[in-house]
Design a protein around this ligand. Sequence first.
Ligand code: PLP
Length: 414
Amino acid sequence: MSEIEERLRKLREEGLYRRMRMVAGPQGPSVMLDGRRVLLLCSNNYLGFADHPRVRRAAAEAAMRYGVGAGASRLVSGNMTLHRRLEERLADFERMDRCVLFGSGYLANTGVIAAMAQRGEVVFSDALNHASIIDGCRLAHAETFVYDHLDTDHLEWGLREAGERGSLIVTDGVFSMDGHVAPLVEIVELAHRYDARILVDEAHATGALGPEGRGSVAAAGLEGEVDVIIGTLGKALGGYGAYACSDAQTATYLVNSARTLIFSTGPPPPSVAAALAALELLRSEPRQVERLQRNARLLRDTLADEGFRLSAGDTQIVPLVVGRPEIALALCERALARGVFAQAIRPPTVPPGTARLRLAAMATHTPRELVWAGQQLAAAAREVGAEPAASQPGDAELFLYDAELDEPSLERAA
Ligand SMILES: Cc1ncc(COP(=O)(O)O)c(C=O)c1O
């Protein structure tokens, strides 16, 4: 048996083997999955912009007018008027001075964190931050202090220990696998007290939280209090790409030092035009954000009525934590057989022992679909012998994170 074969065998044995499912046609509230129409309950296309006619048209027209690629890094010949226009609109949207586009959220987080945190400094990272933040911390030459999930006492302890070396606090605004909202008011207060900068990743908050869907920073009334806002164009905005908003000096610094920007081709014109159209839609149709929030509440209420134990919260991300990977896989398959697609999420995306279905409501689901989905999920849970009442409401408290570790201890992925 080759070494790679052996590694794959081990993944299968541990219930951690992955394969890609196949969607035919566009990303709507229901999709053709492996040849069958199913309700889609695990997509980040929260507002339905990925297949919105105006967004599609904008991308198609940009392809005809500007072509399909930037042809080079933006620091060589790949910087186009469209890039600049989107950066201006995004800076305006985030109420920040400047914006720099990146190829994706993964590239933005890795590039920005690695650029900002210098050797000899300490970065403070929530234990359940996304893998792209973890990898940014790994790429940075700084040390990383991983604080317990949402635990600002632990964060303060780390800031105090780090003293002058403390440089940057990084957190998801809405946590991708749990739907929790970061305690930003406390984090800002600590950052002021200990003279640290703050980076908030709004990947799952843009379009979902705050006035006009402007995210968790705006929702907390903290505009102007955060140093860097990372956003992705690939979730509520429906396309692909990402951005970092900051003051003008930091933006100039990122252009000069973020390796994932400098050494990568500029975002393709159709994606940039799609994001411009999606941003315009978000501004002109704020009701879509309200619809998402209403659907999130309905999904949570329905699941609670069906007996699932959920952690507190009201965002569109709703984890059904079942524990072992095999149970999550079995539940996923049973739900699929009943017409509901909610992918099983297993370690290392989530901590060991907290495998789950990560459900995500969309603004484009009908109330009837969500109620029906809750019923199917409860029936599927009973079929695999995992009564809804056995689901775990939260997960962070199950795990001990080693405060002494200077390396992030958990991997998280999309
Ligand atoms: C919190 C968070 N940040 C960043 C990313 C990466 O964004 P992108 O998909 O644009 O690479 C994700 C993707 O799942 C995410 O959940």
